[in-house]
Design a protein around this ligand. Sequence first.
Ligand code: NAP
Length: 242
Amino acid sequence: MQEQKIALVTGASKGIGAAIARELAGSGYHLWLNYRSDHQAAQSLAAELEEQGGSCTLLPFDVADPAATAAALEPLLEEQTPYVLVNNAGFARDGIMALMSQGDWDDVLAVHLGGFFNVTRLVVARMLKKRRGRIINIVSTSGETGMPGQVNYSAAKAGLIGATRSLAVEVGRRNILVNAVSPGFIATDMTTELPREQILPMIPLGRIGEPEEVSGLVAFLCSDRAGYITGQVFSVNGGAHI
Ligand code: NAP
């Protein structure tokens, strides 16, 4: 019998991460499902996956905390190595630069860049030994172009795009493929409070995207059909940035 592949998805209790978890569970992966604080949402997603014949391990920890990340992942990595890692956990703390607090700068860089580093460093070491793996980093249109009020978030996501490209070059010979998926405005908790009348005119398709429109691309990048794609950034933004 073929061994069941594992996918570690960070920030998977809701939104885009939960959609990615559903999609990968549907493709037969056992999920390592990370989140930070919403136990209820994570448990309800776990129940849903199991009802549909899937399986998952819940891993509540803060990806921005190196010690908590190591404590949660190292014992699992002693036993098993994920085939897929999706670095998705994150949040924004928007505000104009002149008034941005030190905390809002530090926290946003810590979750997106620090989180990527803390999780990926541990996992890629194991992938290198196995000589296989797929790493997908969820970035943002804000990392590709200018967005007022998002200097911290843009810096973090642009940094993650750079990290994606360099890591892809570094680990390509070991058959580990690293790509970024860059969503525009997607309907999740992160965007519920954004004023639709200001956002919609910026989007040629005239609507906000759904999490499933991001997760389908992630699943493709994890599949055998994407075996010659690495170091790329794929935008899913309804044409908001071309
Ligand atoms: P969301 O619905 O707010 O979900 C965020 C997820 O990340 C939750 O599961 C949350 O866990 C988790 N999380 C937050 N901080 C964490 C931490 N320090 N450690 C571990 N988990 C943490 O957000 P989303 O819209 O799906 O966003 C997912 C990713 O897509 C983010 O990287 C975001 O920057 C990116 N993105 C989103 C959009 C958009 O329009 N929605 C556009 C471009 C890029 P708990 O709730 O359990 O704490």
